[in-house]
Ligand binder design. Structure first.
Ligand SMILES: Nc1ncnc2c1ncn2[C@@H]1O[C@H](COP(=O)(O)OP(=O)(O)O)[C@@H](O)[C@H]1O
Ligand SMILES: [Mg+2]
Length: 139
């Protein structure tokens, strides 16, 4: 999908997104610092019924939340990682094969590990101070 949205539309956008990609489990979010990746992830987690606090795992690399349907959501931020091996070391390949949702900010280092795996790529771009453009597609 391709949409330009403001903050007051983000909840309905997240609802549409969750229903559009209901069968997908892995989501890679690209966009510059301040584009709105974490903000959108918070909205998605809200739709999936997360009651835990959702915040960017900039230092921890990975956060884990519980959904209302008892699945887990792994929220990763790979900004500080140096190579794909570091991602393997934190157990990324194991969580890939769980029945969990995975959301990745700064996903470049994950792509080499996703050869046979379907995922949704999400590009967010700052179009003005109070609007963002999102482009999404299945890879
Ligand atoms: N659609 C939007 N319209 C206006 N501001 C937005 C929108 N989405 C996010 N923002 C704002 O952009 C800022 C940075 O968002 P954040 O999600 O932290 O970015 P990122 O995780 O990509 O670095 C926040 O102040 C947030 O409120
Ligand atoms: Mg962020």
């Amino acid at each position: 999908m391709e949409v330009t949205y403001q903050l007051d539309e983000i909840s309905s956008l997240a609802e549409l997104f969750v229903s559009t990609y209901a069968t997908q489990k892995l989501f890679c979010l690209e966009g510059e610092m301040g584009a709105g990746k974490t903000t959108f992830i918070k909205q998605l987690c809200d739709k999936w019924g997360v009651v835990d606090n959702v915040s960017s795992p900039t230092y921890s690399v990975i956060n884990k939340y519980l959904c209302s349907d008892n699945r887990y959501i792994y929220h990763l931020d790979l900004f500080r990682l140096k190579n794909s091996q570091e991602l393997i070391d934190i157990g990324f390949e194991d969580i890939l094969y769980e029945n969990s949702i995975i959301l990745i900010e700064w996903p470049q280092l994950a792509y080499p590990l996703l050869d046979d795996i379907s995922y949704v790529k999400i590009f967010i771009e700052k179009t003005s101070e109070n609007s963002r453009k999102m482009i999404t597609f299945i890879c």
